[in-house]
Design a protein around this ligand. Sequence first.
Ligand code: S3P
Length: 189
Amino acid sequence: MTETNENKQPFILIGYMGSGKSYVCKRLGARLGLKWIDLDDVIEAHAGKSISAIFVEDGHDAFRKLEHECLVQLLDELEYDLISAGGGAPCYWNNMALMNARAQTIYLRRDAQAILKYVLPGIDHRPLLSGKQPDEIEEYIKQTLAEREPYYLQARFILEDLESEALLDAVQQIMQSQGPEVTALRHLS
Ligand code: S3P
């Protein structure tokens, strides 16, 4: 095995809230022994507070700036095989171009109805959705999804309307199609 850290490109899952990014990281990470991380967790560790608290205390722009800085740090460190990016990350600070230049991006695409089903139970932990009425939430998702799709659709790979095992298998297939070493990346660094 000759791959070095410099050649290693992480995989980054992108997509709207509730599209399954964290689920894939946790489940596929365990299945393949990958080193994975959620960008939101890095942001929270840097800020020393929750994502919701950052939104309330520092505001949206400050959150996006910190999100960008943490993304750059992850891409510089090359520590992780698989990264879950927050739903808005591809749409600010030229992050989509940055991710495509330095990682393999995978868009987990779901329509607004499916997204609604997944986000409703945990709405209180989602600062962009909490406090809204259910019908407002559906409208907000439809509108922001349409605004974000031009960014999401720049992903190198797009997986559409997949759930559970089928979603895990599809991401695994993409990762493995990029080289048999992928499942052993964890042991290279
Ligand atoms: C956001 C999505 C969240 C988190 C923040 C903003 C968004 O991440 O980064 O609440 O703008 O869509 P998840 O997509 O992982 O829930």
